[in-house]
Design a protein around this ligand. Structure first.
Ligand SMILES: [Zn+2]
Length: 453
């Protein structure tokens, strides 16, 4: 059977006018079952050939990366050319040719002139380097500054790029991950937005649906392969990636645009993106059995994986909690949710346009509007002499006493009493009533405005 798979293969292309038939001598049928297996057999020989020359190579399907290390451009060129020649010769023997357009190189280095990694990549084959490579390698302008010259068998130079994409990760010359983050964010947000529009057609079920999109589309895209690149982020960069999750989180709860990212994370029950990234990196190491240390705790290949995962989760949540306690933002949200870990367990909390305003204090409340100069003063119209905050409106404002009476009756028929604090409003047995209060109060405000207008 394999014989027939490999011999006498023909391709036929037919159109209305003619039918063309060609006999095939090389290549595997696209999408065939055996294709990848044959390719692996074949490619294994190439990898072994490279290994015999002490080259470092990685291959994913027909995508080959070769790493070259060197202290100077001269060294990179010498080893790079040697490896390129080996690959070209091998390809030649197999009756194949290296794709000129898909072959690229990039020099990677980590910071200044410190020893680091440099990497050259080529589509079908790439070359990578390590060492104290000077900035002159990167600049290709006048004054003798140029990247390494490495040639293919036809004499053409392998093209040089500042950014190279490999298996969905964008690597830049100085290994700063800005380009990659930018790219991932654009891609993740675009996908998320498109799918979120589909969700909106059913006006009633957005939160759960958007939460799934957030995890399944946005997070998966933005943190794709994070185990491989997360450690390349600087601390500032890591923290700044939190800004990427603002838009999706705002859409999730339909919050006001003035809401802080810290509050959005908590009310939606989603980890800060940098901590999410950090957890992903640790989980990657645990999965691969790679050793690492977190605050004197040593994780090794033999550590119990489920237990390690639980420890990491606890550490990540601790870090989030510390941050939550010390942030100067999100005062109201903190009163509702003193503990972030507890919030994650409250699956009944699905913020919507009304509850999000109360939970964050950012909404149709004069105290908040005044802070952003959207109201002339912060005072509540009930003449109690207090600012109109979400807490005041919910707990004590006389303008909504009738709504409060209704809700209290409902609570009492269930044997419950009036919540004494904001935190008591969001328990599983009271949250439904909280939702109703929020909706009725804010609807009344909306209607009042509509009548005055
Ligand atoms: Zn009032």
């Amino acid at each position: 059977m394999i014989d027939s798979y490999l011999k006498d293969r023909k391709v036929t292309v037919s159109s209305d006018y003619e039918r063309v038939e060609r006999r095939l001598h090389k290549g595997c049928p696209q999408g065939s079952i055996l294709g990848p297996a044959f390719w692996n057999l074949c490619a294994d020989d190439l990898l072994q050939t490279i290994a015999r020359e002490e080259g470092k190579a990685f291959m994913y399907a027909d995508d080959l990366v070769i790493l070259i290390e060197g202290e100077s451009r001269g060294e990179l060129e010498k080893s790079g050319q040697h490896m390129t020649d080996i690959v070209c010769r091998w390809m030649d023997q197999q009756g194949m040719r290296v794709s000129k357009s898909k072959t690229e190189q990039i020099v990677l280095k980590s910071g200044g002139n410190k020893p680091g990694r440099a990497k050259t990549k080529r589509g079908k084959r790439r070359v990578t380097t390590k060492g104290s490579v000077t900035g002159s390698l990167v600049n290709t302008g006048a004054g003798g500054k140029r990247p390494p010259t490495i040639k293919l068998t036809d004499g053409s130079s392998i093209k040089y790029g500042d950014t190279v994409k490999y298996l969905g990760v964008n690597l830049s010359t100085k290994l700063t991950m800005n380009k990659h983050i930018e790219y991932m964010n654009a891609k993740g947000s675009r996908l998320f937005d498109r799918l979120a529009v589909l969700c909106r057609s059913t006006w009633g079920v957005p939160f759960g649906c958007i939460k799934i999109l957030y995890k399944g589309v946005f997070i998966l895209t933005v943190l794709y392969a994070a185990g491989a690149w997360g450690h390349l982020l600087s601390n500032t960069q890591a923290e700044s990636i939190q800004s990427l999750q603002r838009q999706p989180l705002m859409k999730m709860c339909r919050g006001y645009s003035t809401t802080s990212t810290a509050a959005l994370q908590v009310i939606n029950g989603e980890l800060p993106l940098d901590l999410h990234l950090k957890e992903k990196m640790f989980l990657y190491k645990i999965r691969k059995g790679l050793p690492f240390t977190v605050e004197e705790m040593v994780f090794t290949e033999t550590s119990n994986k489920p237990k390690s995962k639980r420890i990491i989760r606890t550490k990540i949540l601790d870090e989030w909690q510390q941050r939550w306690l010390t942030t100067s933002e999100a005062g109201t949200t903190k009163k509702f949710f003193p503990s972030v870990a507890e919030r994650l367990d409250m699956s009944w909390i699905k913020p919507n346009h009304y509850t999000a305003q109360f939970l964050t204090g950012h909404g149709d409340f004069k105290e908040n509007l005044n802070r952003f100069r959207l109201a002339p003063d912060p005072w509540c119209e009930c003449a109690a002499g207090t600012g109109e905050s979400s807490e005041h409106v919910l707990m004590e404002c006389s303008l909504y006493e009738d709504i409060r009476e209704d809700i209290l009756q409902e609570l009492q028929t269930k044997g419950q009493s009036w919540p004494r604090s904001l935190a008591q409003w969001i328990r599983e047995d009271t949250y439904r009533h909280f939702e109703e209060m929020c909706r009725r109060i804010l609807r009344r405000k909306e209607e009042g405005r509509a009548q005055n207008a």
